[in-house]
Write a protein that binds this ligand. Sequence first.
Ligand SMILES: Nc1ncnc2c1ncn2[C@@H]1O[C@H](COP(=O)(O)OP(=O)(O)O)[C@@H](O)[C@H]1O
Ligand SMILES: [Mg+2]
Length: 389
Amino acid sequence: MVGKKILIVDENAASRNFLVNTLREKQFKVLEAASGKEALIISWRDEPDLVLFDPVLSDIKAEEFIQKLRSNSRTSHTHLIALSSDPSPTRKEACLKAGADEYLIKSSQAIPALEESLTRLFSDKKASEPVSKNQKDLGLLIVFLSAKGGTGTSSLCANLAMNIKQSQPDARVVVADLILPIGSIGQIVGYEGNLNLITVADLPSGQTNEEFFHKNLPSPELWQFQLLAGSPDPQHGNVLKGERIEQIVDVLRYAYDFIILDLGRSLSRISLPLIQKADLITLIVSTDQSTIQLTKTVWDYLQTQGIDHQKIYAILNRAVGLEGLTKAEAEEIIGLTIKTTLPYMGSNFALANNLNQPITTKYPTDTASIIFKETAGDMLRQARRLRAR
Ligand SMILES: Nc1ncnc2c1ncn2[C@@H]1O[C@H](COP(=O)(O)OP(=O)(O)O)[C@@H](O)[C@H]1O
Ligand SMILES: [Mg+2]
């Protein structure tokens, strides 16, 4: 704990000086900022281990301040403690929802409470455990699945991931195609290299560390995220070991801020643990009767496996031109709220896919592009809210 770098943010000089002196005496390296904007600059430049801030800032709203830190890869994992003279539950809730780790009140008990928090936050990362990151430090895991093939799972996964990266340019975003026996995201984004799930799984696990992925995973042009492509053929896909996939995903969770997995329609021994670990489960539903019935079966099963309905983000994708069921009818049958509906895009979707381009780039003014953008933002908000609980 000694020697950790703490940034103190407080507009009130007396309060700031008091905290600076108190923490220096406890052998922390202390930085200070007198405004929100200055604090952001220092945080991104000096990367403190913890930011201790009074959430009443006149140049930026506390929620925005927290979100800016959380969405930048240099500070997405920094501990954030609010120290406020405002005891109102509304402000506390707002700060925690936005991503602060703790909310303490300025009072005569503030220093002991702060020391307790510092001990807890700093000792969460035990060096002795290889997998020692605190749950809050791991990247957000977003999985995509559907009850049936051809519902648009892979195309939506790639296009939404692209929009997530676009909305968070500083974040590290990876898409991993885990569909066995053959993946398809490589085709959608036009990646033809031979680094994929199978070739990575063949390497010794010591070699496939965070740095390996950062350095070697391709970033297909226009798509912006990094891609771990899927199995190129069934021959290889069928011999892949499940435990190796879990290991790979675990490393990705340390190495990236957002880990987006295409699980397709599989509910296998491999995919179930990943669904259980996910922060958000994107369930793609199409409008035909049989897909909706199957989706109900899948959702009923997931509930028996302890999946919380708040984690489900259901998207109705009109992947076929037929009229099909309405959103309300689909919700009624499945027993889930549908968060977004994507329109049938005719041949545009196939065309963009054939050209290996994101819909948002190929048809930027199309309704679907606008929906992709809004949906990406909405998914992130839901995932962050759940993580803050
Ligand atoms: N909203 C849509 N409008 C038109 N075509 C779509 C739409 N969603 C998906 N498609 C098309 O449906 C086909 C299947 O999509 P894909 O993403 O491969 O589904 P899955 O991964 O669920 O099997 C693709 O050709 C894709 O371009
Ligand atoms: Mg697919």
